[in-house]
Design a protein around this ligand. Sequence first.
Ligand code: ARG
Length: 588
Amino acid sequence: MKKILDLISEELKKAFEAAGYDSGLGKATISNRPDLCEYQCNGAMAGAKQYKKAPIMIANDVAGQLQGSAVFSEVSAVAPGFLNLKIKEEFLTDYLRSMRDDVKFGLDMPQNPQKIVVDYGGPNIAKPLHVGHMRSAVIGESIKRILRYCGHEVIGDVHLGDWGLQMGLIITELKERNPQWVYFDENYTGEYPAEAPFTVSELEEIYPTASGKSKMDGDYKAKAMENTYKLQSGVRGHRALWEHIKNISIADLKANYSKLDVDFDLWKGESDVQELIPGMVVSMKEGGHAYESEGALVVDVKEETDTKEIPPCMILKSDGAALYNTTDLATILDRMEQINPDGMIYLTDKRQELYFEQVFRCARKTGLVPSKVRLNWLGFGTMNGKDGKPFKTREGGVMRLENLIKETVDEMYRKITENQSLPEEEAARTARQIALSALKYGDLSNQASKDYIFDMERFTSFEGDTGPYILYTIVRIKSILNKYQEQGGVLSAAVLKDAVSGSEKDLMMVLTRFNACVESACEEIAPHKICAYIYDLANAFNRFYHETKILAEEDVEKKAGWIALLVLTRDILETCIDVLGFSAPERM
Ligand code: ARG
């Protein structure tokens, strides 16, 4: 379905043409003076030079053509040559009716749906998720959902950090503590136990201990490197332990991501592509791209147009070991072979910018991806505390994501049970739902690349630009709709009617922007645009609500018209929060 701005522009184009001017001048924008008009067109100003005429004359000519238009109720040419426009109530109602009857409220599906891999989350196994992992999970999940809603095929991949020295460290510490374990008996040929001999909380204690020891103690570090090597070269006992570590970590990660309503289609990790590395290295050498430099194997990725130094991409260290880069490159190769996507989107913190520039250039240069495959990296800023520094616990430590979620849920629980008694199960569920809206909206409403300040009080407030405010608005609508039904009204029978008040018309106009907004959020990979939109929509609804006695209205048709408007507002708000990754309760 055409976007409303396009329809308005079409009407303007016809008028410019009929008045003898270039139709290209007929472009509408949303008014930046809502006190004067709803839309505006500056085409007459742009045409002045071309036609050697005062802009106001052109504007007058065009305005003359628009008398009796089916789109505009008011067209005025104002000095020095603006066209101020108001749209007809009937036109607006018709547009909203078609939106409502369309599958996705008038959002066009792409002619060539794309297959896109979104690489987000990026947790490391055996380490707990901390607040630093939240942004990648929350933004990535939303991008995945937005692209899907817009008709693309999207595959979310968690890309686990499950290989390398960190694994060797854990194995080393396990061996120090339990040298008698069968895993360390090199003559053992039997089956290993199915159950891991440790729990996830033990692992979480073991990793920092081992990492600390290796920094102090050279022998310990050497052992860790040897154990890493043994794991990577396939020593059975080491592999079996690693499987245990991986399994219990993944179970724990899944539980934690599900607390955030985040899920992944693929649970692949760095370890899954190790076998592709040797072949990849050979072909990079044979292609003349990879060469030895100070013992290491590198690929030059600098370009003539660079304004800053882009160092070569290192493929193998001088000891022959693979690096973070190597694994990312092999993952690109794996995705091209297994999935053959049209694009890959990566979410990491901003500090990895240069790194991804190198990896992407290297992937293109060495032919791992054809030029038509898009590689997008989205770097997000830091979540800071009120002191402007990276968010910490009150004690100054790194906050676990689990704890942040719990604190937010507790705060919401306190708020919603303060003045009302809800059944315990409902209160808990609702508190969680609102808490997720607070966390996610608080994060997503900022442009991803910017840092933001996590402010519990502000994020959990029911007023202002917050998730809970959006949910509160949805719940308010639901409650009116429920009462309408209790009075015997039938929602599906309610028919939209022309706006009778300014606030009603405003609400209708915000609704018409849905498809354009979602489309640009998708094209620009920008969830914050959807947040800004629903904030406008919630505000427009609340203004209308405060001015209108909906349920007390005696004119049945008028009331039904408002109800239809409420249904559409609710549906659009719920669709938007769903793509942002949260949902609204029935009451709160
Ligand atoms: N595990 C990495 C880290 O903790 C993040 C992974 C990001 N994704 C990627 N494909 N490199 O920094």
